[in-house]
Write a protein that binds this ligand. Structure first.
Ligand code: NAD
Length: 238
């Protein structure tokens, strides 16, 4: 059976991906550092809740070990956990920067590092890393977030080059603004300006990103390697 480990699945995009993959027949492990949120999602979809901070190496090792014990080794990893924080560059502290990189970039590295040995041993696996269009175009007052997401795109391409001949596909998703608690935490001004400039004229929904993830997880995406797919309301056109 396919086993999907989805981080940050207690809310928003990760929750929608967990729901979609469970509906598609995957056994789903719901990782989140909000234990109550992880439990609620897991109960709803019949999945396994695992409490873990993806920036913590030991916690990530425990998360993957728990998933492997209870459901089997992850065949699919969706590196989705993340947070946002907005500040002008001159007000940004080194601690803000370090935390952003730790959760998004180090977290993506740690989770991929923890699941890859079993995937390589099986000669098959799929890793999806949640980037952002802001890693492609940059976001005002979001230098640390944009840098972390650009790093995720680079990590995705390099890892894909390294492991694709061994059966593991690594890809990224770079969503545009999606209606989740994360985006609702940004300023009203930011959201109004962003909405106005979107060719589609509206933000996406978490289920739109879940559709993209479900595709990348499936055999229909068998020749997708090191790609960054962009469910982004037309904001970035590559
Ligand atoms: P969200 O706030 O709704 O959900 C994020 C989840 O991640 C929460 O349940 C939170 O508890 C969890 N989380 C945060 N830090 C964690 C950590 N260190 N360890 C484990 N879990 C952690 O946010 P969302 O909008 O669903 O965002 C999901 C991902 O999509 C993030 O990586 C985000 O950067 C990315 N993204 C979001 C948008 C958007 O517009 N919403 C756009 C592009 C990219």
């Amino acid at each position: 059976m396919s086993v999907a480990l989805v981080t940050g699945a207690g809310s928003g995009i990760g929750q929608a991906i967990a729901r979609r993959l469970a509906a598609d027949g995957y056994a789903v492990a719901v990782g989140d550092f909000d234990a109550d949120a992880a439990r609620a999602t897991a109960e709803e979809i019949g999945g396994l809740a695992i409490h873990a901070d993806v920036s913590d190496k030991d916690a990530v090792a425990d998360m993957v070990a728990t998933c492997t014990d209870k459901l089997g080794a992850p065949t699919h990893l969706i590196n989705n956990a993340g947070h946002v924080h907005q500040a002008r560059f001159t007000d940004l502290t080194a601690d803000d920067f370090d935390r952003m990189i730790a959760v998004h970039l180090r977290g993506t590295f740690l989770c991929a590092h923890a699941v890859l040995p079993a995937m390589l041993a099986n000669g098959k696996g799929c890793i999806i890393n949640m980037a952002s269009q802001l890693g492609q175009i940059g976001g005002i007052e979001l230098v640390h977030y944009s840098a972390a997401k650009a790093g995720i795109i680079g990590l995705t391409k390099a890892l894909a080059r390294e492991v694709s001949t061994q059966g593991v596909r690594v890809n990224a998703i770079a969503p545009g603004p999606i209606n989740t608690p994360l985006v609702r935490a940004l300023s009203d001004d930011w959201r109004a300006a962003k909405s106005a400039e979107l060719p589609l004229g509206r933000f996406g929904e978490p289920e739109d990103v879940a559709d993209t993830a479900a595709f990348l997880c499936s055999d229909a995406a068998k020749i997708y390697v090191g790609q960054t797919l962009s469910p982004n309301s037309g904001d970035v056109m590559l």
